[in-house]
Design a binder for this molecule. Structure first.
Ligand SMILES: C[S@@+](CC[C@H](N)C(=O)[O-])C[C@H]1O[C@@H](n2cnc3c(N)ncnc32)[C@H](O)[C@@H]1O
Length: 213
């Protein structure tokens, strides 16, 4: 069973903490969008919000429990794809007007994240919005003790490469995390063919809005 299956089983309807709904700024950016991909939709908190706003939403996640919970949450029709986002994505070129990816693209090594960003560029329409939220632990000031890093939720994170951590206990045990900062996020997403619109910190995360050139 995937770690995230356990999490979504234990935390059905968890709505607090670090989770963000689409803010006014993102709604403004999405105003001309119709088809939206929620990458790593989890239990569908953001996805259900977008469905209620009238968007044609597709959610993708590899957690069966997450998707099952998301299906219960949506009031109207939405599409779901169960699969690994680090494999070639099962979508057409330029299929989406916008992509939302909150707390998901950072779940691998930087090499795999670069391939994913190219895939996201491929499936987004020119001019389409890519809104992405990733962790930024080192800037936020997570504590290191004896070479391990501890987050505020009780995860113990073992460094396995530059800015790359493997949680060895806690919710996300076994799920690699790449720790971005604003400069790295800007560079990596721009290198994949996007331009930066704006960026802000949300506690230990960064939310960046980009547009496909
Ligand atoms: C921290 S949760 C964020 C969920 C949601 N986007 C939100 O903001 O509340 C990360 C989600 O990414 C999914 N995920 C992680 N790695 C994945 C992968 N390789 N392929 C598909 N989904 C993945 C997990 O199953 C989980 O639902």
């Amino acid at each position: 069973m995937k770690e995230y299956d356990k999490r979504w089983k234990e935390q059905e309807n968890m709505e607090s903490g670090l989770r963000t709904l689409i803010d006014e700024r993102e709604l403004q950016l999405l105003k001309d969008a119709n088809k939206v991909l929620d990458l790593g939709c989890g239990d569908g908190l953001t996805l259900a919000f977008l469905v209620d706003k009238g968007f044609d939403v597709t959610g993708m996640d590899y957690s069966e429990v997450g998707i099952a919970n998301a299906k219960k949450r949506v009031s109207k029709k939405a599409k779901f794809v169960l699969g690994d986002i680090y494999q070639p994505l099962p979508f057409e070129d330029e299929e989406f007007d916008a992509i939302i990816a909150y707390q998901v693209i950072n779940h691998n090594t930087i090499e795999e994240i670069r391939k994913l960003l190219k895939e996201l560029h491929r499936i987004l329409k020119p001019g389409g919005v890519f809104s992405v939220k990733v962790s930024d632990w080192t800037t936020y000031g997570y504590n290191y003790v004896d070479g391990l890093c501890y987050d505020e939720f009780g995860s113990i994170l073992k460094p396995i490469g530059e800015r790359t951590f493997l949680p060895i206990a806690g919710w996300e045990k076994g799920v690699i995390h790449y720790d971005f900062n604003k400069e790295i996020l800007k560079k990596e997403v721009e290198d994949a063919g996007f331009e930066l619109l704006d960026m802000r910190n949300i506690k230990c995360h960064i939310l960046g809005n980009f547009r496909k050139k």
